[in-house]
Design a protein around this ligand. Structure first.
Ligand SMILES: Cc1cc2nc3c(=O)[nH]c(=O)nc-3n(C[C@H](O)[C@H](O)[C@H](O)COP(=O)(O)OP(=O)(O)OC[C@H]3O[C@@H](n4cnc5c(N)ncnc54)[C@H](O)[C@@H]3O)c2cc1C
Length: 360
């Protein structure tokens, strides 16, 4: 009977990070289970270049030193010379994380359950095969929860006539002013004629693909982009609630990625946080680490409750962006803001609804 050093459940970005960061330089035998075909997955993960992301600079697809937040009436431009907005593609992250010294065996199977026996774990897959490992890294997570907000989006990659886009400026949030719905466009111009154009909603219910497509076409039309060729699409649902599962009582069962609390619920950003989580786990004796600081978590909770209970059309985001400079804004998004920035953030928010949420 073979006992692997570790079993990774799910080869999303966090499972992949475990292989690279925790086992990549060792000769350990690791087994990973993934029930989807990850070779078919491709999407971009955005983040601002924090210190902990610097080791991955080589695989960054593109950096933008300027981004905008606005609506049809106002356009806030943020710049940062040392903390650009960056994207890494899933494909590049996957190849990077699979290029290691350790021996990784990948099983295209669904894990049904696992439990401890002696000083290791028995993992049972849905075809009733048994595997054994000393440690478990579990990244299965809940996407939806009744009554909770979700960030859901659909984007298309397009090629357009030359010099259509300003490739140095990314549209982080362009609020379209839908009635009773928080909706914005996110546009990543990879070059003057190639971009990812995404329609994003914060709400409790997810829509059909055609809904987002209609918003994308309308936006492109407003920008006079009539001629384009579609080269790909991505879609996603990210929980805007604390999706972390309770920590296991066993030190050798580790919840990772969104399951381990990596997602910053108020923004849906998770990629760089899940990498930070795995980096912290490398030097921790515990089976969990605090990725988001106490005050950040508290502010996130108040902000989400505000979004849940008020018809927000993007004005709070625009006001926030207008009160912060690029570096302050990115520090807030990356959970690194100092007290002065936190004070500015609180000052930017609508007072009464926020005070109400604070005392709930
Ligand atoms: C299209 C898209 C774009 C995103 N863009 C950004 C972004 O720009 N910036 C950002 O910070 N975040 C972004 N996110 C959010 C977040 O970074 C991702 O959701 C990320 O994939 C989370 O990684 P994870 O490893 O925690 O979970 P997942 O990627 O969901 O990985 C879990 C894996 O486990 C597998 N699995 C589930 N159950 C089983 C089982 N029983 N047995 C075996 N395998 C199983 C799943 O198939 C999946 O591959 C995006 C998400 C999506 C979907």
């Amino acid at each position: 009977m073979k006992v692997y050093k570790a079993a990774i459940i799910g080869l999303g970005p966090s499972g992949l990070a475990v292989n690279k960061i925790l086992y990549g330089d060792s000769s350990s035998e690791v087994i990973a289970f993934e029930n989807e075909n990850i070779n078919k997955r491709d999407n971009y993960f955005g983040f601002w270049l924090t210190d902990w992301m610097k080791p991955f600079e080589n695989i960054i697809e593109k950096k933008w030193y300027q981004w905008t937040i606005g609506n049809k009436n106002i356009n806030i431009i943020h710049t940062s010379s040392d903390k650009p907005y960056c994207v890494i593609s899933f494909k590049k992250w996957k190849n990077f994380c699979l290029d290691t010294k350790n021996k990784l065996e990948i099983k295209n199977k669904k894990v049904a359950k696992y439990f401890p026996i002696k000083n290791y774990f028995k993992v049972i897959t849905d075809d009733n095969t048994e595997y054994y490992a000393e440690k478990i890294y579990d990244s299965r997570h809940t996407k939806e929860k009744n009554g909770e907000l979700l960030q859901h989006f659909y984007g298309i990659n397009i090629t357009v006539p030359d010099n259509t886009f300003n490739q140095n400026e990314l549209t982080l949030m362009y609020f379209t002013g839908e009635k009773n719905l928080l909706h914005f466009m996110y546009v990543l111009p990879f070059s003057h004629n190639k971009a990812l154009v995404e329609s994003t909603v914060f709400s409790k219910d997810v829509f059909n693909n055609s809904w987002y497509r209609e918003k994308i076409y309308k936006y492109l039309n407003q920008k006079n982009i009539i001629e384009f060729t579609e080269t790909g699409a991505e879609k996603g649902i990210i929980p805007m609630f604390m999706a972390a599962e309770n920590n296991s009582s066993s030190r050798n069962v580790l919840n990772i990625g969104i399951r381990g609390g990596a997602c910053k619920p108020s923004t849906g950003y998770a990629f760089s946080f899940l990498i930070k989580q795995i980096q912290l786990l490398k030097y921790s004796k515990k089976n969990s680490v605090n990725i988001h600081k106490f005050l950040e978590r508290k502010m996130d909770k108040i902000f989400i409750n505000f979004l849940k209970n008020n018809n927000e059309d993007g004005r709070s985001f625009i006001k926030l962006a207008s009160n912060l400079n690029g570096n302050e804004f990115q520090s807030f998004m990356m959970g690194n803001s100092n007290l002065l920035t936190k004070f500015k953030i609180i000052k930017s928010m609508p007072k009464l609804p926020f005070i109400k949420e604070l005392f709930k």
